[in-house]
Write a new protein. Structure first.
Length: 359
């Protein structure tokens, strides 16, 4: 899945990426080479065309190396997955660029006025992960026609997703958080931008323009699962960092040894339970993918199971870090230390709304 040399090369630049608040050129070179921004893009468009279970395991491995690295690949590869809902005549050309990268927002904070040949779009969207490297941006808008907001049969506003080129958007550098700093999740906006019909799409199985199974997988569960494995990867990184801190102390007769032993017992329990939840999560995702492959759909009960396991995994990952952190000493509060950075990253990630929905 990933050789040790590549993992070490990526890890070498973690502190520099955090310091400059974006991934380094060296990290990006590896991402482009490995095609990680296009995990689910078809091979016909120079992508990896992975299954969801395969992609999740790569995202977890990257998040375990570094939270910002995993989060950026996850969000950008999730956005490039939208190639399956756009005209192939458009995306075939886009993905000829080896550095092609989609980013954007799922927030419904734009308005698109329907015209005879497309839409006039105005809006501003926060948190476009990977903004400095995105060649294209996706965003959601409510739709106006003849001055009226379009709604469905129950009165809910109709919305569509749109694809913008980098040259069409204005980027505002407003990402200034305690963690996930190198995700560079900046705001972007457009004003009275004309967008042709071909760059408007719906993220629904029946609207897919490509035949891949990934485009039939329900997007809510796709999003929840991909975010959950980032929390999982960061939690595993934190466990490793705590283990490196605590094991030398266990080998010495030191003051307050009882607290060290207590921390080690908590570590062992946490590690065991995290592995249990990890197994249950992947079992649910793997089952859902297998049924989709065989039957063409996923039963609602299994989708509920995927959502529940995703949220449980993310919540326990956060809780585990919070429970172990007080045992790690002042060193864990110092900027620049491994423990401190992973702590900051996972608690920034935990603020995503999808991870906080009821399990």
């Amino acid at each position: 899945m990933m050789d040790q040399k590549t993992a070490m090369q990526l890890a070498h630049f973690i502190k520099e990426a955090d310091r400059q608040a974006c991934l380094t050129p060296e990290q990006l070179e590896i991402i482009y080479r490995e095609k990680w921004f296009r995990l689910f893009v078809p091979r016909s468009q120079n992508g990896l065309e992975l299954s969801l279970p395969e992609g999740l395991r790569i995202e977890e491995a990257l998040a375990k190396i570094d939270g910002s690295l995993g989060w950026t690949v996850t969000l950008c590869s999730g956005a490039t997955q939208f190639t399956g809902y756009l005209p192939p005549s458009l995306t075939d050309v886009i993905f000829k660029d080896p550095a092609a990268c989609f980013g954007g927002s799922g927030a419904l904070t734009g308005i698109a006025k329907e015209t005879s040949d497309g839409y006039i779009v105005t809006g501003s969207w926060k948190y476009a992960t990977g903004a400095p490297y995105c060649t294209h941006f996706t965003a959601n808008c409510t739709i106006e026609k003849d001055g009226q907001l379009l709604t469905d049969e129950v009165g809910t506003p109709v919305y569509r997703s749109f694809l913008f080129t980098r040259e069409e958007v204005a980027i505002q550098k407003d990402w200034d958080t305690m963690g996930l700093r190198a995700t560079a999740s900046e705001r972007f906006s457009v004003t009275d931008l004309w967008v042709p019909w071909e760059r408007s799409f719906r993220i629904q199985p029946e609207a897919a323009t490509l035949a891949g199974i990934i485009y039939q997988y329900p997007f809510p569960q796709f999003a929840e699962a991909t975010l959950a494995v980032n929390s999982l990867g960061m939690a595993r990184h934190f466990l490793e960092a705590v283990q490196k801190w605590i094991q030398p102390k266990l080998r010495k007769e030191i003051l307050h040894a009882s607290s060290v032993n207590q921390a080690w017992q908590k570590w062992q329990l946490a590690d065991g339970f995290l592995q249990k939840l990890r197994g249950q999560f992947y079992a649910a995702v793997d089952d859902s993918w297998e049924l989709l492959s065989k039957q063409g759909s996923v039963p609602e009960a299994l989708l509920v199971r995927v959502s529940r396991q995703s949220r449980l995994l993310a919540r326990f990952s956060r809780k585990m870090v919070a429970d172990l952190y007080p045992y790690c000493g002042v060193n864990a509060t110092q900027n620049g230390t491994e423990l401190n950075q992973v702590f900051r990253d996972i608690f920034t990630a935990s603020q995503h709304l999808l991870l906080n929905a009821p399990a």
